[in-house]
Write a protein that binds this ligand. Structure first.
Ligand SMILES: [Zn+2]
Ligand SMILES: [Zn+2]
Length: 243
């Protein structure tokens, strides 16, 4: 070993001893000494959605199926997948991004989505995200789906485009019946520029797949504007009833 290298290595070692790097768990905030995104206890509460899933909506199921109970109705999404089950650790992580306003969580989440992206051979032309109304975005200060989409875009090298607008908040439809609610939801989303989506395979990003009604409405609007297919990738998914 050259003398120069010896001193360089010795200096790095000294730096590690005198100024140890501090890592904290992104779920509970506890200090972790050997690096990583989460502490051992929290890692155990992050349920990776890598068991048996519904081939359509990507939710965890008990038996292999092409359509589960949760996505049995009309659903305009061509294929959906999610990285985690929306329970314990993943729920806390998403909530601290959204309500704790910890924007950096989007960057931490992106590599986990990349694993799913590669595993299921998503090959979109464009990545986009479920939009928020201007009012809600102003209130929160950011759109978490947009932050996740931008970080995934960097990870996989596919362009992220802001393709949609949301014109009114979904909470405004509490008094409507199921059918009117679906129609109202559809009227909430608009495509900004139809030429940007025509003939394109689009990957839609959202934080959580719950009922799937929003993803359906957005996909329908994108397809009406001419997109060839719409895939959905979410950080986590909710399983309403196992089949
Ligand atoms: Zn932890
Ligand atoms: Zn399903």
């Amino acid at each position: 070993m050259k003398i120069k290298d010896f001193f360089r290595k010795a200096l790095i070692k000294t730096d590690e001893i005198l100024c140890p790097k501090h890592f904290t768990c992104n779920i509970c905030g506890k200090e972790i000494f050997d690096g990583g995104d989460f502490c051992e206890e929290c890692l155990k509460t992050l349920y990776v959605n890598n068991g048996i899933i519904c081939q359509n909506c990507g939710r965890a199921t008990n038996i292999p199926t092409n359509r589960c109970y949760s996505c049995s109705g009309e659903w305009a999404v061509d294929k959906a997948r999610s990285a985690f089950l929306y329970e314990d650790g993943a729920e806390k992580l998403i909530k601290s991004l959204k309500y704790g306003k910890k924007r950096y969580i989007a960057e931490i989440i992106a590599p986990y989505l990349k694993v799913v992206y590669i595993k299921y051979l998503f090959a979109p032309d464009i990545i986009t995200f479920v939009p928020m109304t201007d009012k809600k975005k102003r209130k929160r200060g950011f759109n978490q789906a947009e932050l996740i989409a931008l970080n995934l875009s960097k990870e996989v090298g596919v362009m992220c485009k802001d393709l949609l607008v949301k014109t009114k908040d979904t909470e405004e439809q509490k008094n409507l019946d199921r059918k009117s609610r679906q129609e109202n939801l559809l009227s909430c989303f608009k495509v900004k520029d139809k030429t940007a989506v025509k003939g394109k395979k689009i990957l839609l990003i959202d934080d959580v797949l719950t009922t799937g009604a929003t993803a359906h409405a957005v996909s329908k609007v994108l397809k009406k504007a001419g997109s060839e297919s719409v895939y959905l990738l979410t950080v986590a998914s909710v399983q309403k009833r196992l089949i």
